[in-house]
Design a protein around this ligand. Structure first.
Ligand code: AMP
Length: 290
C-alpha cells in the first residue's frame, strides 16, 4: 500500500492507474477502522482495479466540538488493517491539504428535505460538512465507484444528491451494515463506551429487530390505514427498551426508504427503521430496512 499525504502525489499516482486501464474504487473514512470499514475495502477490491481509502477526520461535519475532539484516532492500527486488506493507496491528508483556504465561509449545498429530517434535524450543518469534504475528495480521486456503508443511511442519500449536483458519473454503492456478534452495529464511536455501556448499547439492535418483526407481522396480516394497536405497542416498547438501558433518544423513526419522510400507513412499501440515541456522551446511530 502506498501512503499519500499530498493531494498532488495521489493525483499523479491515480493518473498512472488510469493509464494502465484500472478503474478506481474509493472508500472515504474518518479512521479508527473496524471490520465495517474493511468490508467496504473488500467490496471495492472485488469491483474496482485500484482501491483508494482516505482517512480524514473532517472538522466541518462535527456539529459538536467535543465529539470532534474525542473522535478516536488509531492510525498505526488503521494502516495495518488496510495493508492486510490489500488496499492499494491510502490518502492521509492534513486539514490544510483538504481545505487550503481554511474552513471559514465554505460553499453550501441545496439538499432539500434531507437537510432537515432525522440526522439533518439533530445535527445542524452536519450534511453540509459531509458534502464539503466529499466534494473535495471526489474532485481529487475522481473514482469510478464509491463504496459507503448503509450504517449511515441518510449520508448515502446525501452523497447520492451531491453526485447529482456535481454531475459526475461516479457510481455509489451502499454496502451492508457489519455488526458485532451481539448485533451492535460496528462504529468507531463504540470504542468510547465503557464495558457496561457497551453491553447496554445492544438495546438499539434489539429495538430495531422488534420493530422489524412487528412491522412484518402487521403487513403479513394485511393491515391498511393507520398502524395497528399492536404496532403502536411495539414502538412504545422500543422506546422503553432504549430508555431502560440509559439511552437518551434523539429519534426512533419509521421512514420511507427513498425519501426518509415519516411513514404513517400500515401498508406502506419500502420502509426503513432508524434510531439515533446517546449512551452517555456517545451518540450512536443504526437502521434496518424493514
Ligand atoms: P466513518 O469512518 O464513520 O466516516 O465511516 C466511513 C465509512 O464506513 C462510511 O461509509 C460508513 O457508512 C462506513 N461504515 C461505518 N460503520 C460501518 C458498519 N458497521 N458497516 C458497514 N459500513 C460501515
Amino acid at each position: 500500500m502506498i501512503l499519500f499525504k499530498k493531494a498532488k502525489d495521489l493525483s499523479a499516482w491515480l493518473e498512472q492507474q488510469r493509464l494502465k486501464g484500472e478503474s478506481i474504487g474509493f472508500v472515504p473514512t474518518m479512521g479508527a477502522l473496524h471490520a465495517g470499514h474493511i468490508s467496504l475495502i473488500d467490496i471495492s477490491k472485488k469491483q474496482a482495479g485500484a482501491t483508494v481509502c482516505s482517512i480524514f477526520v473532517n472538522p466541518t461535519q462535527f456539529n459538536d466540538p467535543k465529539d470532534f475532539q474525542k473522535y478516536p484516532i488509531t492510525i498505526e492500527q488503521d494502516i495495518l488493517l488496510l495493508e492486510r486488506a490489500g488496499t492499494d493507496a491510502l490518502f492521509l491528508p492534513e486539514a490544510d491539504e483538504v481545505y487550503p483556504g481554511g474552513t471559514a465561509g465554505l460553499e453550501k449545498y441545496e439538499l432539500g428535505p434531507l437537510e432537515n429530517l432525522l440526522e439533518g434535524k439533530y445535527r445542524p450543518g452536519h450534511f453540509q460538512g459531509v458534502c464539503q469534504v466529499m466534494r473535495r475528495l471526489l474532485d481529487l480521486v475522481r473514482p469510478d465507484d464509491l463504496f459507503m456503508g448503509q450504517k449511515d443511511y441518510q449520508q448515502c442519500m446525501v452523497v447520492r444528491r451531491l453526485l447529482e449536483i456535481m454531475g459526475v458519473a461516479t457510481v455509489l454503492h451502499p454496502c451492508p451494515i457489519i455488526r458485532e456478534p451481539d448485533g451492535l452495529a460496528m462504529s468507531s464511536r463504540n470504542m468510547r463506551l465503557s464495558e457496561e455501556q457497551r453491553k447496554k448499547a445492544t438495546a438499539i439492535y434489539r429495538a430495531l429487530s422488534a420493530i422489524r418483526d412487528g412491522w412484518r407481522k402487521m403487513q403479513a396480516a394485511g393491515a391498511r390505514g393507520v398502524f395497528t394497536e399492536e404496532m403502536e405497542a411495539v414502538l412504545r416498547g422500543a422506546t422503553m427498551l432504549l430508555e431502560k438501558n440509559d439511552f437518551r433518544i434523539d429519534y426512533i423513526s419509521l421512514a420511507d426508504a427513498a425519501s426518509l419522510e415519516p411513514v404513517t400507513r400500515a401498508d406502506h412499501a419500502d420502509v426503513v427503521g432508524l434510531v439515533a440515541a446517546f449512551m452517555g456522551e456517545v451518540r450512536l446511530i443504526d437502521n434496518m430496512v424493514l
